[in-house]
Design a protein around this ligand. Structure first.
Ligand SMILES: [Fe+2]
Ligand SMILES: [Fe+2]
Length: 259
C-alpha cells in the first residue's frame, strides 16, 4: 500500500535523523563545515521556497523539501560520491516507508545529482536543490571549536555575514546575494565556489531562469539572458563556422560539449 509521505513524517523518522547526525559527525572529523540539522533544514526550506516561488505545484514543493532534508545522508558512508550513496540509502529507506516509486525516482535523481563532481540538474527538484545547497555559505556553518583562519573554507564562511536568495518569477532570475567582510575575499570565495556556481547557472537554466551572483553589491558572474540573441549592426555580416575555420583555429570538443 503506497503512502503520501510529508516532510514532517521524514523529519520525524529516526533513521534519517541518525544518518544526518552521523554524516555531520564524519564531516566534523574530516574538517568540513557544519552539515547537520541546520544545513539540511536550510536546504529543505530553500529548495521548497524556490519551487514555490516559481509556481510549481504543492506536491513538487513538498518533495523538494523532503529531498533537501535527506540530501547529504551519503556522508554517513563517505564524502566521496555522497550524492550517489545518499540516493541509494534514500531509495531503500523511502521504499520501506512505502513512498510512491515515481516520487522516489524524483528524489533520488535530485540527491544523486546535487554535487558538482558528478551531478547535473535532471528535474525541477534537482535544480532547486542544487541552488539551495550551494547558496548555504555563512558564518553559522563554521565550527567554532576548530575554526582555522588558514583554512579557506572556514575563512570564506566566517566572512559571510549575510546571504539570501531572491527568486523573480517574472524576470526569470534567481539571484544569490552575499555580504562578506574582509576576513576573506571574492577571490577566496570563487576559488572554492567556482564549479558550484557554474552548476547553479545550469540549474537556473533548467528552471527557465538566469542565475546571478552578487557579492558586496557587485554582480560577478556571466549574465546570460534566456531570450536575448545578439543582433547584427548595420553593415555587419554573419560569418559561418566554415569560413573562420582554419587548422590553427580548430576547436576540440570537450566532454562537456557532448553532454
Ligand atoms: Fe552534499
Ligand atoms: Fe549539502
Amino acid at each position: 500500500m503506497r503512502k503520501i509521505l510529508t516532510l514532517e513524517m521524514i523529519r520525524a523518522n529516526n533513521e534519517f535523523r541518525k544518518l544526518i547526525d552521523a554524516a555531520n559527525t564524519n564531516l566534523e572529523h574530516m574538517g568540513y563545515t557544519e552539515h547537520g540539522l541546520r544545513h539540511v533544514g536550510y536546504v529543505s526550506k530553500t529548495t521548497a521556497n524556490i519551487l514555490s516561488e516559481l509556481g510549481y505545484e504543492e506536491r513538487t514543493v513538498e518533495l523538494g523539501a523532503i529531498a533537501g532534508w535527506i540530501h547529504d545522508i551519503g556522508n554517513a558512508i563517505n564524502r566521496k560520491h555522497h550524492g550517489l550513496t545518499g540516493a541509494t540509502l534514500a531509495y531503500d529507506a523511502l521504499s520501506r516507508m512505502h513512498m510512491e516509486i515515481d516520487e522516489i525516482a524524483l528524489i533520488i535523481g535530485a540527491i544523486g545529482n546535487h554535487e558538482e563532481e558528478t551531478g547535473l540538474p535532471v528535474n525541477p527538484i534537482s535544480a532547486a536543490l542544487i541552488i539551495a545547497d550551494k547558496s548555504d555559505a555563512h558564518r553559522s556553518r563554521v565550527r567554532k571549536k576548530t575554526f582555522d583562519y588558514n583554512d579557506i573554507h572556514d575563512r570564506v564562511n566566517m566572512a559571510i555575514k549575510k546571504n539570501y536568495l531572491v527568486v523573480d518569477k517574472e524576470k526569470r532570475k534567481i539571484r544569490l546575494v552575499i555580504f562578506m567582510d574582509d576576513i576573506s575575499s571574492t577571490m577566496d570565495y570563487m576559488q572554492i565556489y567556482l564549479t558550484r556556481i557554474l552548476l547553479c547557472e545550469k540549474a537556473a537554466e533548467f528552471l527557465g531562469c538566469v542565475f546571478e551572483l552578487m557579492i558586496n553589491g557587485a554582480v560577478i558572474n556571466r549574465q546570460k539572458s534566456v531570450a536575448a540573441e545578439p543582433q547584427l549592426a548595420v553593415g555587419e555580416k554573419e560569418v559561418s563556422e566554415e569560413e573562420t575555420a582554419s587548422p590553427c583555429k580548430s576547436v576540440s570538443r570537450s566532454a562537456d560539449d557532448k553532454k
